[in-house]
Design a protein around this ligand. Structure first.
Ligand SMILES: NCc1[nH]cc(CCC(=O)O)c1CC(=O)O
Ligand SMILES: [Mg+2]
Length: 354
């Protein structure tokens, strides 16, 4: 892949200072000169250890009710909420760019949100309608759906809330129904992002009972309670109503061994793939998970990471293409098999043109 940098320093500047020691002291008697392998683009390409391709990308999109509508998410420059017809067009674009999979997140009308997130299990909710339309138009692209109640609850939490406590087992029951309506709509990958205990096993069992043996599960297994999710909550419309934080179910960012226990449990319960989230600040976790389990391991470059880079690019402080490529190569280097990123279409275009 051609990353174009400026001309090499040597060709612009005189390296040897005028009053350098006499030329007889050079060359140094070095046994190793690692720079030899960095000398030219063909050589750098030849020894490159990791490669990023469009097949590494999962493209998250936000859908909204309406027709021919795109509404910008103000805290995510360049990202719009899409009406279903617009989302279908973007998935067609994903197909052309050979992006294998998209992830669909709904902005649920506030009037449809309630205490128990009942819209989550409506077989005709926005997500299910979007999935049906996408699979009908572009069946060759995979569709992943988040399982969690936060886009549907009036309080913005991922689970059922009673006396300020997020109920685990009762929530798992609802999530199982949510997964079923999504699978029924044609979703290929169910991705529980709620961090309730035992939900992967319950969902696997329910999917199998309903004949959905081929629907895969990508567990948000090591999902941390993170401030980097802020812009996403704007996008799905849960930030204004969210009461408190999610630290009783999402992980403490001070922990690392715990991530391995969480991943181990989700795999035992039947997860096909696991995810670490957020992304860049948690590459140590990606590396540990990949080394310990050797299963398909994904990372989510979350909304806050997207917005940080985009804001700096908008200000002219960072070069967008180079920064985005570098950030995604970092995931590959850490051992990720793929990355959920809002930069997916942009990156696929960069990769295609280089
Ligand atoms: N449970 C829902 C969910 N699924 C993905 C994200 C965050 C994604 C992003 O920030 O891009 C969240 C938000 C949260 O847990 O509060
Ligand atoms: Mg867990």
């Amino acid at each position: 892949m051609a990353i174009k940098y400026g001309r090499p320093l040597e060709s612009k500047t005189r390296v040897v200072p005028v009053d350098a020691p006499p030329p007889g002291d050079f060359p140094l008697d070095l046994s190793h000169r690692p720079r030899r392998l960095r000398r030219t683009e063909w050589l750098r390409r030849m020894v490159r250890e990791n490669v990023l391709t469009p097949a590494d990308l999962i493209w998250p999109m936000f859908v909204v009710d309406g027709k021919a509508a795109r509404t910008p998410v103000s805290s995510m420059p360049g990202v719009d909420r899409l009406s279903i017809d617009e989302a279908v067009r973007e998935v067609e674009r994903a197909a052309k760019l050979t992006i294998p999979c998209v992830a669909i997140f709904p902005y649920t009308d506030p009037g449809l949100r309630d205490e128990t997130g009942s819209e989550a299990t409506n077989p005709d909710n926005l997500v299910c309608r979007a999935v049906r339309a996408i699979k009908a138009a572009v069946p060759e692209v995979g569709v992943l759906c988040d399982v969690a109640l936060d886009p549907f609850t009036s309080h913005g939490h991922d689970g059922l809330l009673r006396d300020d406590v997020i109920l685990n087992d009762e929530t798992v029951d609802v999530l199982t129904q949510q997964a079923l309506v999504q699978a029924e709509a044609g979703c290929d990958i169910i991705a529980p992002s709620d961090m309730m205990d035992g939900r992967v096993g319950a969902i696997r069992l329910a999917l199998d009972d309903a004949g959905h043996q081929n629907v895969a599960i990508m567990a948000y297994a090591a999902k941390y309670a993170s401030a980097f999710y802020g812009p996403f909550r704007d996008a799905v419309g849960s930030s204004k109503t969210l009461t408190g934080d999610k630290r009783t179910y999402q992980m403490d960012y001070a922990n690392s061994d715990e991530a391995l226990r969480e991943v181990g449990l989700d795999l035992e319960e039947g997860a096909d793939m696991v995810m670490v989230k957020p992304g860049l600040p948690y590459l140590d976790i990606v590396r540990r998970v990949k080394e310990e389990f050797g299963v398909p391991t994904f990372a989510y470059q979350v909304s806050g990471e997207y917005s940080m880079i985009s804001a700096a690019v908008q200000n002219g402080w960072l070069d967008g293409d180079k920064t985005v490529l570098e950030s995604l190569y970092a995931f590959k280097r850490a051992g990720a098999d793929g990355i959920l990123t809002y930069f997916a279409p942009k990156v696929a275009e960069i990769l295609r043109s280089s």
